[in-house]
Design a protein around this ligand. Structure first.
Ligand code: HEM
Length: 396
């Protein structure tokens, strides 16, 4: 007979091994114990974080729904999530069709498929990688749960992937519900119907900048009125406006004048829009936009949308009980020592520290490298004295 202590130890080790071996290669390691991480490293290749790829050279408009990138229906186990842009790139094979990719693959694919500027691509991708990705395998899921993910890990561990609520994904999305109500990642037909109705009222039946401002505002008001946990501080404040402009800047495609973000005449056909949002599908003959759209020009669209219907950053404590975040207001109105981009950077730095309070070895180094990757495009548009780089995980 085995001594009782031996049995207890054996049971614990088996439980630990089973738990850690359930962690998919793309899942976040936030909240995992040192033992789970060590076991994970024994079971997976761990290249760690890598430097970002160089910007693409040819940024002309070109056919991207081409013979080499046909739309294909989803196979079991393939992951899609909250972002119609990334979903579409995966369903056309510009990203791995599995829905799991390296940040480098994402940075290149959003440039190749949509001509997103490399600086914007890097900021968005490395922000997501820091809070939702696996720093050891260097993989990020563009959704999250699938049958490959297995059972959810116990708190505070995260399943990871872009669907994870609160670190990047947020409330008042255009076509996805709030996490508080259950499903924060599936296409929601009723929400799209609201976009259709608003487009009929303000856009002659198409989605344009005026419609985007109305839809953006209506979704904020609806969440503020109904969601007791509604959150509209950083980073959500920045991403919510950008995402309302993205259909115009990236889903129209073709000549530059048709999709500059402040062109009030730029309009998107609603069937085409639904194709991207619901089916992850480019229209036939889709050409990506002419020329990259990066940090230097997206600001105009964001300003238009937020000026049309100001909605100050803040959060609910109970449905309809909204508190304005004064610090965030000061940043937006230029009354703070940092600007919006820097505030977004610092938010992701702080969230990463909360998720990984004491990482060691390769994990620590990889987080440090990914933080640096996030900072790189920021220095180009921001003077580094106004937004000094942070090194909470050391310099590598
Ligand atoms: C560069 C890497 C990208 C990452 C990491 C990313 C990530 C995300 C995430 C996490 C959301 C959910 C936010 C929320 O509503 O709660 C989102 C939404 C969205 N993304 Fe992306 N995205 C990327 C690129 C793109 C591109 C290239 C496009 C357009 C071509 C795009 C279009 C959109 C749109 C339109 C939404 C709003 C969906 C809705 O509110 O229903 N994204 N993205």
């Amino acid at each position: 007979m085995l001594p009782a202590l031996y049995v207890v130890v054996l049971v614990c080790l088996c439980g630990l091994a089973a738990g850690a071996s359930h962690i998919p290669a793309y899942a976040s390691l936030a909240g995992r114990s040192d033992e789970e991480i060590a076991l994970f490293m024994r079971n997976h290749p761990t290249p760690g974080a890598q430097p970002p790829p160089p910007p693409i050279k040819d940024t002309s408009s070109k056919l991207v729904n081409d013979r080499l990138h046909p739309w294909l229906p989803l196979l079991p186990g393939q992951i899609r999530g909250v972002c119609p842009g990334l979903n579409t790139l995966a369903s056309h094979g510009w990203l791995p069709r599995s829905g799991v990719a390296t940040p480098g693959q994402i940075v290149t694919a959003v440039q190749e498929g949509f001509n997103m500027g490399s600086d914007l691509a890097q900021i968005v991708t490395y922000a997501a990688m820091l809070v939702d990705g696996n720093h050891l395998t260097n993989l990020l899921s563009i959704g999250a749960k699938s049958r490959l993910t297995g059972p959810d890990p116990p708190q505070p561990a995260l399943v990871g992937g872009l669907n994870t609520h609160g670190v990047f994904e947020g409330d008042a999305s255009l076509t996805r519900g709030d996490a508080f109500f259950g499903d924060n990642h599936s296409f929601n037909e009723s929400l799209f119907d609201e976009i259709v109705a608003t487009s009929q009222q303000f856009g002659g039946g198409k989605y344009n900048l005026t419609v985007a401002a109305e839809v953006r505002f209506n979704r904020l008001v609806a969440s503020e009125q109904s969601n007791p946990e509604f959150f509209f501080g950083f980073p959500r404040f920045g991403t919510a406006y950008a995402e309302a402009a993205f259909p115009l800047t990236f889903f129209i495609g073709g000549p530059a004048e048709d999709n500059v973000p402040t062109n009030l005449n730029a309009s998107l056909d609603l069937d085409v829009m639904k194709g991207f949002f619901r089916d992850s599908r480019m229209p036939k003959n889709f050409h990506r936009r002419e020329g990259p759209l990066g940090l230097d020009i997206i600001g105009g669209a964001l300003g238009f949308l937020s000026d049309a219907h100001p909605f100050p950053p803040g959060f609910n404590t109970g449905a309809g009980n909204y508190t304005i975040d004064q610090r965030a207001v000061d940043i937006l109105t230029g009354n703070a020592e940092i600007d919006l981009l820097c505030a977004l950077y610092l938010t992701f730095v702080n969230t990463t520290i909360e998720l990984y309070p004491r990482p060691t070895g390769l994990l620590r180094k990889s987080i440090a490298v990914n933080l640096h990757n996030l900072y790189l495009p920021l220095v180009a548009v921001n003077d580094s004295a106004g937004c000094p780089e942070q090194f909470p995980f050391g310099k590598f």
